[in-house]
Write a protein that binds this ligand. Structure first.
Ligand code: BTN
Length: 261
């Protein structure tokens, strides 16, 4: 097993995922690219089928949610999976949570570390972010982008993530092993949602989300609200029992736990 990824290693990892490893799915590895999500949308325009994947060793223009930059130096794993769910599937697909659960399981399978999910799209280790998920839908194409910090670069990450990032330290697994496990877990959960079993993914996600049942503050574009995070909807939106006695459902927002002083 090579220390860093190459196309052969990505093919070996993809063999674990029948969605990717069989048929006409395109499998690409780039030592460096702009954004794997952008490349996956380009492949979609060229009619690449569901299950095509783009993996990069580093990204020059990695994107996070809300237009943020995703620091993507060598040592991380950057992968995008091209999906073409039909409308019925899309209505019951909590794609960000599904990606988060698959990442959490892959990390826990390949390291002794314990992970938690932070709604809507973070995977944390000891309160610091080790991975982020970016699901982007354009017409009938859904691209699930996943970034995992594996090896800490010398001097840490650049930018906002510097003090809030976690890595798979002190004994990082091989990127190929993490990718293989990630694709395997993703495949299982995606096929189970396709077969109508979306409840399983919601309960796995909820069990990994310590914020549920707690008092939280949710910052939206124009206001901040406080309430109890009480659960997740079928597509992964957050249900909050607000302080004014009403209940609301959020698809986005920055959430933090309100701790007693
Ligand atoms: C976030 O936490 O804000 C989401 C980060 C998603 C980063 C991944 S890395 C692979 C894919 N390509 C991108 O440009 N972004 C996603």
């Amino acid at each position: 097993m090579s220390a860093t990824l190459d196309l052969e290693a990505v093919h070996r990892a993809a063999a674990w995922c029948s969605l990717v490893g069989q048929g006409d799915a395109v499998v690409e590895y780039h030592e460096s690219t702009g954004s794997t999500n952008d490349r996956a949308f380009e492949l979609a325009n060229e009619d690449a089928p569901e299950g095509s994947i783009v993996v990069a060793g580093r990204q020059e223009a990695g994107r996070g949610r809300l237009g943020k930059t995703w620091a993507s130096p060598s040592g991380g794993l950057y992968v995008s999976i091209l999906l073409r769910p039909d409308t019925a599937m899309l209505r019951r697909l909590p794609v960000t949570l599904l990606g988060g659960v698959a990442v959490a399981e892959a990390i826990e399978e390949t390291t002794p570390l314990t992970t938690e999910l932070k709604w809507p799209n973070d995977v944390h280790i000891d309160g610091k972010k080790v991975a982020g998920i970016l699901g982007e839908l354009k017409r009938d194409v859904l691209v699930l982008g996943i970034g995992i910090n594996i090896v800490e670069p010398k001097g840490g990450l650049e930018g906002d993530a510097k003090d809030s990032a976690a890595f798979l330290s002190p004994d990082p697994p091989k990127a190929e092993a993490v990718l293989a496990e990630l694709l395997k877990r993703f495949e299982d959960h995606y096929q189970s949602v396709r077969a109508g079993g979306g409840v399983g993914i919601l309960s796995s996600a909820s069990a990994r989300m310590p914020m549920l049942g707690k008092k939280i503050r949710i910052a939206l574009a124009n206001r901040t609200l406080t309430g109890i995070a009480s659960g997740l909807t079928q597509t992964g939106a957050l249900v909050v029992e607000l302080e004014d006695g009403t209940r609301d459902v959020f698809v986005a927002g920055e959430v933090e736990e309100v701790r007693r002083k």
